[in-house]
Every structure is written in C-alpha cells, then in structure tokens.
Design a protein around this ligand. Structure first.
Ligand code: ARG
Length: 463
C-alpha cells in the first residue's frame, strides 16, 4: 500500500472512531440542562471563593451567549467537541478566554453528565405527569356520559356480565392514575444532586454541594460520589414508567381496534385517526391505535437495552453508560406523542350506544343473576342453582332468545324447581338491573360508577 493510501486509511479510521466515540450528535439535547448546571456550579464556586465574582459573571454571561447561539441555530455542533459538555466549555472559552478554563474546577464530566441527565429526566417526569392528568380527566369526562350505557363485560374475550361503559372507561383512568403515581414517586426518589461528586471520589476543593443542589431544584446532594457517577437508576425508572404507561395505552388501543371492527361497531373513531387501504376502497383502518400498540415495542426495547448495558459494569463510571441517552430520548418522545394522540382519540370517538346495548343480549349475560337469585331467595346451594340455570340457558337457546328476554312462563317451564318461582325473577334477569345489582364497593352499578367519578374529580382537583 502506498504511503498516501495509508494516510487516507488512517484519516478515515480517525473519522470513524471520532464518530463512534462522540455523543454530541444526540446529547446536544441536554444543552439547556448543561448550561443551567454550569451556571449553578460557577455561582457556588464564587460563593466559596474559588472563583472571583468577575470570573463568575464572565462565565455566566458567556454561558448565556452559548445558549442563545444554540437556540438560534448558529452553533455548529462539531464531532471534534465529542460531547455537549466539551462543546459548551470550548465555545465558552472561545468567547470569554481565561475564566472559561476555570469552570471545570471541582467537577468532572462524570458528575456533570449525571446532573444534566437527571435534570432532563426530572423535567420530563413532571411534564408526562401533567399529560397523564389530562388523559385521566378525558376518561372521566367520557365516563360521566355513559354511566347507564350497557356494554358486555368480558373475560377470555367472551361475554360475561353486563357493565356500564363508564365503568369500563374508569378502569383505564385507574391504570393511568397508577402511572401518574409511579412518575410522582420516582421523581421524589431521584431528586438528588450528583453535582460535586466529581470523577468518582469527591474533590479536595472546598465546595458546597447543598448550594448547587438547592439552586437546581434538588432535595439534597447525593450521599456517595462513587454510587452517583455509576448510577443510572433514574433513567431506568423513567424507561420502566414509560413502558408501563405504553402497555396501558396499548391495551386501550387494542380495545379500540376491536370495538371499531365491523363485528363490534361499538365505537367509531374520527376519520382523522383512520386511513384507507390503497387497494380495498371500502376500508377504514385503525392505523392510529395500531401504531400506539406497535410503538410499545420500541419502548420496551429501550428499557431492556439499558438494563443490559448496566448489568456487568464495575464501579464507577464506564463509557458504556453513554448508551443511556438515545433510548430515553426516544421513549420520552414516543410516550409524549402517544398520550396526546390517545387523549384526542378518546375525546372524539363516537360511541354507538345501541350497538353496545344490543350486544348485551347475546350470551346470557345475566345467567349468574338467576343462580344468585336462587341462592339468595330460595336458600338453594349454589351448585344446584348453577345446574338449574343451565336448563334455563338451554331453553333460551332453543327459543333463540337471550335469558334476559324470557317471560315468566318460559322460565317456569325450564326446570321443575322453577315451576312456582316468583315472577319478580324477570326483574333480576333484566340487563340494567343486573348491572345495578353489582353495587359492592368498586362494582359496576351506576351508583358505584358515579361515586368513582366523584373520587376522580376530587383527585384531579387536588393534583
Ligand atoms: N459523553 C459522556 C457520556 O455521555 C460524558 C461523560 C464522559 N466522561 C468520561 N470520563 N469520558 O457518558
């Protein structure tokens, strides 16, 4: 190989290695947190007498200029900077000279990256919580309109017992409330400042970590410098929180896909959220809920990916952890767009009340009510009542009726034990009565559903 070719190869390798090593192309997302952290750090250094006030003022002014250069698009993110921390510091020093070189006193990129990333995660935790609150409010609003709308409740995707649709929607409000609380508790757990942990062992400089913790909105400084720079639990927690939220979003999406199918026709989604087929002109496909369901996969992937990155790392900082950021950015963006789209889908869906109620007349949803009646009113053992009820179901099938549509005479003929049964039994087999009979705390009755709605309204007011 000629010398010239050798040189080209070396240059190419250098370029590839720079690209491989650098994080600037994605961690530039953290520029605002990086600058905020640096300002807090410089103010602390000045108040401890490590920087003069003039140096600190120059640094702060310079950092704000870097920020505005980034925000106006003027700033060139070059690979040569390697990461956002070096990029900001290098540009700062270009602008203000000597004092810029003093900013990195008593810190390392190891605590700096943890600070920036924790600030990002905490910020997103709060905004996702707000979005979840709006989503819960939407579920509660729609539930309020449907506390008497019957829908077949299913287990194993088979008709089981009648519910009201409001109750069904509130099941999702409960899931998203748990998600909200998960974000709330991870915020508290992770709200500690890494800044000042330095490379892994702390610093000989007389710093004040309380001061930077307070300035950055943290509860207190972290306790152990070594744990701090190797810790990515906060990133894993937001990935898990997002995964669980996406799993819930995926489940309602699956129901929306089923409910909007020709077989169900329980809901119609606004045309905006459906597309046509390029070949079958009659089709309206539920692409949007399908994508919400599908995007759950990449979010799980991001969680598993970071768990795997972390599993074999010796203490303390290792470059492997640079792999923590892209997955978190991706999951955050995915859940943000997913919550806001789902919110619109639920707000705008058209509920086909008749279809839901008619579907309740398939599958003898009130059969359990007959058995319960015989147990309660006739003191019959449940198993005996169960077999008698089977005869009534068989009769209804032979008449091509639902059990809720049988007359008292028909019921009396179904089994000898029923020949003198009180005529009030027909009331117990009525779908709406059956739904309302489930009036135990947390049950589906309209009354219980309404009190659940009240609970959520109060909860939302206090959040
Ligand atoms: N870009 C690095 C990361 O994201 C910042 C920390 C680098 N620290 C180091 N000692 N090389 O993890």
């Amino acid at each position: 190989m000629s010398n010239q070719n050798n040189q080209i190869l070396k240059n190419t390798n250098a370029q590839i290695l720079d690209e491989f090593n650098a994080s600037i192309m994605f961690d530039k997302e953290l520029y605002a947190q990086d600058i905020k952290g640096s300002i807090a750090h410089s103010r602390m250094l000045a108040s401890q007498g490590i920087l003069t006030n003039e140096e600190q003022e120059a640094i702060e002014k310079g950092l704000l200029q870097v920020k505005s250069e980034i925000e106006s698009g003027e700033f060139k993110f070059s690979l040569a900077y390697e990461d956002i921390h070096m990029a900001v510091e290098t540009r700062l020093t270009e602008i203000i000279g000597e004092p810029g070189k003093r900013l990195h006193t008593a810190r390392s990129r190891n605590d700096q990256v943890c600070t920036d990333f924790t600030l990002y995660v905490q910020d997103k935790t709060l905004s996702i919580k707000e979005q979840l609150k709006e989503l819960i409010a939407t579920f509660v609003d729609v539930a309020t309109l449907h506390t008497t709308t019957l829908i077949p409740g299913m287990t194993h995707l088979q008709h089981a017992q009648p519910l009201n649709f409001g109750f069904h929607l509130l099941a999702y409000a409960n899931m998203f409330k748990r998600d909200y609380e998960r974000f709330e508790s991870s915020f508290e757990r992770n709200n500690y400042s890494p800044l000042g942990s330095a490379a892994l062992a702390g610093t000989p400089h007389n710093i004040n970590r309380e001061l930077t913790a307070q300035a950055l909105g943290f509860t207190a400084p972290t306790l152990n410098a070594m744990d701090t720079v190797s810790n990515r639990d906060f990133a894993l927690e937001i990935l898990f929180n997002i995964s669980t939220t996406m799993m819930h979003i995926s489940r309602i999406s699956e129901e929306l896909i089923l409910w909007s199918s020709y077989e169900f026709q329980f809901v119609r989604m606004s045309d905006q959220y459906a597309t046509t087929s390029s070949i079958m002109p009659q089709k309206k496909n539920p692409d949007v809920p399908e994508l919400l369901r599908g995007k759950t996969g990449r979010v799980y992937g991001n969680l598993i990916s970071l768990l795997t990155v972390m599993k074999g790392l010796p203490l303390a900082y290792n470059k492997d952890t640079q792999e923590d950021k892209e997955g978190v950015f991706d999951s955050v963006k995915t859940v943000e767009i997913s919550i806001s789209i789902l919110n619109e889908v639920i707000k705008t869906m058209i509920v086909n009340v008749d279809k839901m109620q008619n579907a309740c007349k398939i599958g003898h949803l009130t059969a359990t009510d007959l058995a319960d009646y015989l147990v309660q009113k006739q003191n019959m053992p449940f198993r005996t009542a169960y077999y008698i009820t089977k005869d009534v179901v068989a009769l209804a099938n032979s008449l091509n009726k639902d059990i809720s549509e049988l007359s008292i005479d028909e019921i009396r003929k179904a089994n000898d034990e029923l020949k003198n049964i009180n005529e009030d039994i027909v009331l117990y087999l009525d779908l709406k009565n059956s739904m309302n009979a489930r009036d135990s705390f947390g049950g589906t009755s309209t009354k219980q559903t309404e009190s659940q709605i009240e609970y959520f309204k109060k909860w939302l007011e206090n959040k």
